[in-house]
Design a binder for this molecule. Sequence first.
Ligand SMILES: [Zn+2]
Ligand SMILES: [Zn+2]
Length: 735
Amino acid sequence: VFGRSLAQREGAETWSFYEGPPTANGKPHAGHVLSRVFKDIYPRYRTMCGYRVLRKAGWDTHGLPVELEVEKQLGISSKAEIEEFGIAEFNQRCRESVFTYVEEWKRLTERIGFWIDLEDPYVTLENNYIESVWWSLRKIWDDERLYEGHKVVPYCPRCGTALSSHEVALGYRDVVDPALFVKLPITSVAPSDERPEPAVVEGDNLLVWTTTPWTLISNAAVAAGGDIEYVRARVAGGDDVYVLARARVETVLGENAEILAAFPGEAVAGASYEPPFPFISDYGPKGHTVLLGDFVTTDEGTGLVHTAIAFGEDDFRLGEQHGITLQNPVRLDGTFDERAGQFAGKWVKDADPEIVEALRDSYKLLREEAYEHSYPHCWRCETPLLYYAKSSWYIRTTDVRERMLAENERIGWHPEHIKHGRFGKWLEGNVDWALSRERYWGTPLPIWECKGEGCDERFCAGSLADLRERGGVLPEDLHRPYIDDVVLDCAACGGEMRRVPEVIDTWYDSGAMPFAQFHYPFAVGSEERFTERFPADYICEAIDQTRGWFYSLLAESVLLFDQTSYLNCVCLGLILDPDGQKMSKSRGNVADPWDVLGTHGADALRWYYFTAQQAGPWAGYRFSSEAVGESVRQFLLTLWNTYSFLVLYANANEVGRDELPAHPEPAEELDRWTLSRLQGVTAEVRAALDDFDSTTSGRAIAAYVDELSNWYVRLSRRRFWDGDRAALATLRHCL
Ligand SMILES: [Zn+2]
Ligand SMILES: [Zn+2]
C-alpha cells in the first residue's frame, strides 16, 4: 500500500521527511515505538492530502556505544586489549553487532504500521555514505573551519578518549575528595605603574584552595579577581600572614582573624611565589605569578585560584591570554610521567594522599578537609573523568553561530518553547564542535599529514578520487585499520603522507544524512534527489536530541548549504512507568511493546500515543498496558460497534455496498446534522494536523464518533431496522 501511495502520486508535490537513524544493536522499546508512530502519522496525513512523501529508512552504525557492546561481549575493557585483539577483527565484530536486531526492528516497524522504505535504507558504515561525509568535511576544510586545536576536554583515561558534553551529563556521582588550603609564599613583588607601593610583601603567603590535589604538581599561576577586595590577614595569635579575599577571611581563618591591610586584586597581580612543588618551572616569564582572571569568585575557597593550565578550561584560557607554556605531566592513561618526581607512574587520583603528606612536610598545607561534591565519571566505565588539555580536531561552528540562530527562527518547533529555550539557548552557548575520537569504529577522519623532514603539509580528502590522484591504493573497506595503510604522496615535498589516527564523532554521521543518504554529490541523480527533499518538511525524535541530532543536522546544513535542513520538528517526551519512574532494566519496569501489541493491537497503541497526553507528546507518558486498554474502551470499541451496527442492518435488509451512494443526499434533519458535524470535524482535524497537533485532532474524532453512536444512531434506530437507504448511506459516509 505504501508503494502504491507513492506510485499514484508520481509528479505530485513532494513533502519531505527525514528518518533519524536508530542503531539496531539493541531491541526496540516503547520509546522507539512512540517516535516511530509519530514519524508515521504526519507523513501519512500529508499523503492523504495528495503529497508524495518518500520515506527512506536509515541505520546509525558507528560510535562508542557500539564499541562498548563489543568490548563487553569480548570481556575486554581497554584500548590496549582492543589493539591486542586486532582492530580489523574488533571492527568486524562492531559491524556485525549493529545488525543484530535489525529483523526485530523491521518486524516491529511493520506491526505498528510505520510506513518507511526498509528495502533501500541508508547505512552510515557503507563506503558511499563515508565518501559523502568526506566530501562535506573537505568543504568545511576549504572554508578553513576544520582545525586541530589544543583545548581542555573531559577525558576518560580508561577509554582513552574525550567525551562530549552530552556524555559527561550522564555520569555525575557524589564523591568525597580532599579539599586543601595551600600556602604559597611570595618571593618577589612587582610594583605596578598605578601602585608604586606594593600591597603585599615578600614572605606573605598566597592562600589557595583545591579539591584536586594531584593538579598541584602542575600549578603554573594563581588567579585573582580584579574587582575583588583582598586582605593581608593573620590568624589570631599566629605569625604567618595570608593573602586572601576579604569575603573569605572569617570562613577560612576564623572569627578572630586580624586584618592588616586591604586592597583590590590588581594590587597583588604580578607577584611571584614559590610553587607547591618544584618539579616543573619552565612556564615562561609569567609562570608562578599572580594573574587577573574574570572567572574568579568568592563563593568557595579563598578568592585566589590555583591554576593548572592543562586541567581546567578557565585555567587553559588564562594560560593562553598570558602566554604561559603548556606543561602536561599526566599521560593519556591517567598516570604521572617522569616530570612528576616521586609521583611518576602513579594514577593521579591514587597520588592524592601522598601529595597531601608532601605538602604537610614542606609546611605548605594550612588545612585539609573532606569535601563532598558531585563529580563527573565516565558513563561507560565509571572512571572519574579528568579535565585534560589535548589536541583534538574541531569544526569552527562558532563562525556560523549567528547563522544557526537565524535559521532556527525558520524552524517550527513543537512545542514552541524549544526554539528560544532548550535549543536556542544551546545555540547561543555554542562552542566549536569537538569532532575527533581516538577510537576504532567510526568514519575515519580523512586528513593525511606529511611525515617528510621539516614538512608540515596536510591534506583533507574529499573523495576516493582525491586519494587515488595522490597515489593512494584504496582498500575495499574504508574503515580502520585498512584506511590507515593508505599512503599518499606529499604535493609539497614528495614525501610520504599518513592519515591521522582519529575517527569522527558519530553524531556527525547522522547529521550528514540529508546529503549522504543519496551518496551526494557523487551518485548519478543524487543532486536531484537531494534538492527535491532538502530541507525536510518534517522530522521527529525524542526531546534530548536538541543536543544530538537536531543540532548536528542544523550545524552541518548551515556550514554546507547556509540554511536549515528541517522546517518542522516534533519533540517527544519520556515514557515513564505508571508511578512516574523512568523505565530501566534494573527496576524491572520496562514495558515490552510486543505484550501491548498482543493484548490491545497496534491501532490501540497508536491511538493512545496520539491522544493520551493533553499537553502534547513532548510532555511524556505514564505508560501502562491498562492505559492503552482504556483507549480501546473509550474510542475503538465505540467505532467498531457503530460499524457492526451498520453492517448488521445493511445485511439484514440485503443492501449491498454498491447500492449506497458515496455522497448521500440527506433525507432528514438528523442526516443533515451529522453530515454538517462531519464537515466541521474534518476542518478541525485538518487544521490541527497541519499544526502537528495529534491530540486535538484525535480527540475531535473521538468526540465525533461518540456523537455518531450516541445521538445519530440511537435516535435513528427505527430507520436502520427498516433498511432506510438514506440513513445507511449517511452512516456509511460518516464512518
Ligand atoms: Zn571510560
Ligand atoms: Zn611533505
